[in-house]
Write a protein that binds this ligand. Structure first.
Ligand SMILES: Cc1cc2nc3c(=O)[nH]c(=O)nc-3n(C[C@H](O)[C@H](O)[C@H](O)COP(=O)(O)OP(=O)(O)OC[C@H]3O[C@@H](n4cnc5c(N)ncnc54)[C@H](O)[C@@H]3O)c2cc1C
Length: 283
């Protein structure tokens, strides 16, 4: 562990052969660039759909109009890939939990700091405890940096609070300091939180939810792998071009109904807080 990370915080770890580490923002951005460059697809960013209007039957198909502030698009087939926000469209209501997790990224390490730290220039550790910290060292675009991810909050209103962000940032700094004592002058440059969607029974919120409207949501925390898979499966099912994942996909049961929001909020946050406390040095 020390050879890999340069630090002696970890006693041992489990390496999974055949895995790859990717930079998610770069991956999504490159995918979007590739799609725009090599096909007729136009991606409209920063244009949330504010209404999905049933325009009735035309030529034997139901037509839906996705309306944004600036314009609209009509189609007989719609895929909702909006994570827990699918509830706002009226689907899977009170069946999905929007949980936030938080991350901080250090400023760029100088080459001197990088040498002092030692170890490999790129690695990623996922904690054995679900409430523990994920720690990554990245290099390349954006410099040599350390990322720490920990803390969870359940926010049924789908917004994270400023006070929790501040508390998460403090938690990241203390997890960083506990691990990287040789980098005592290094501070965090960025801190952010983001939404995950979970269901009680750990299933996707997927399938045709209304004629021509398909959902590919709720990745239960494994966004990159499971999100890509359910996106491919949904697109293939709609287009009829069943070529890769569809044959192996077994239809799952629907996400289970949650208890009333107030009970869920108190219960889930108390549970998360308790589990975080129990995670000890893994955090
Ligand atoms: C700090 C952090 C670290 C994480 N680390 C990992 C990790 O290491 N590995 C991993 O697999 N997962 C990780 N996750 C989880 C992963 O990011 C999520 O599971 C994943 O992003 C879910 O993907 P998604 O596309 O379904 O939803 P999202 O990424 O939430 O995307 C939903 C999109 O829908 C858009 N949208 C919402 N409403 C509308 C609307 N009305 N009109 C138009 N667009 C709309 C949003 O703008 C957004 O772009 C992490 C999450 C966080 C926050």
């Amino acid at each position: 562990m020390k050879d890999l990370t340069g630090i002696d915080y970890y006693i041992n770890g489990l390496w999974t052969p055949g895995t790859a580490m990717l930079q998610p923002a770069l991956y999504i951005q490159s995918l979007a660039d590739g799609v725009s460059k090599h096909s007729n697809v136009t991606i409209y960013e920063n244009s949330p759909v504010i209404d999905l209007i049933d325009e009735g039957m035309h030529g034997g198909e139901k037509i839906w109009k996705a309306k944004t502030k600036m314009g609209s698009i009509s189609s007989s087939k719609i895929i909702l890939a909006v994570n827990g926000m699918v509830e706002r469209f009226g689907y899977f209501e009170n069946r999905l939990m929007t949980i936030f997790t938080y991350s901080s990224m250090s400023r760029k390490l100088t080459s001197n700091e990088s040498n002092i730290l030692g170890g490999s220039k790129e690695w990623g550790l996922t904690s054995a405890d679900a409430m523990g910290s994920s720690v990554r060292r990245i290099s390349g675009i954006g410099g040599d940096r350390i990322l720490i991810r920990n803390r969870w909050s359940y926010n049924p209103n789908m917004e994270a609070s400023d006070s929790f962000m501040i508390s998460a940032a403090k938690s990241h700094s203390s997890s960083f300091n506990a691990r990287f004592s040789s980098l005592d002058g290094v501070t965090m440059e960025y801190c952010w939180g983001g939404r995950l969607c979970l269901s009680l029974n750990n299933v996707f919120a997927q399938g045709e939810v209304e004629e021509g409207v398909y959902s590919a949501c709720c990745q239960n925390g494994l966004g990159t792998a499971k999100g890509t898979a359910i996106g491919i499966i949904t697109a293939e099912k709609i287009s009829g071009a069943i070529s890769s994942l569809v044959p192996n996909f077994v239809d799952e049961e629907a996400p289970k109904k949650l208890m009333p929001k107030a009970i869920m909020w108190a219960g889930v946050n108390a549970y998360l807080g308790w589990k975080e406390l129990m995670s000890g040095k893994e955090k």
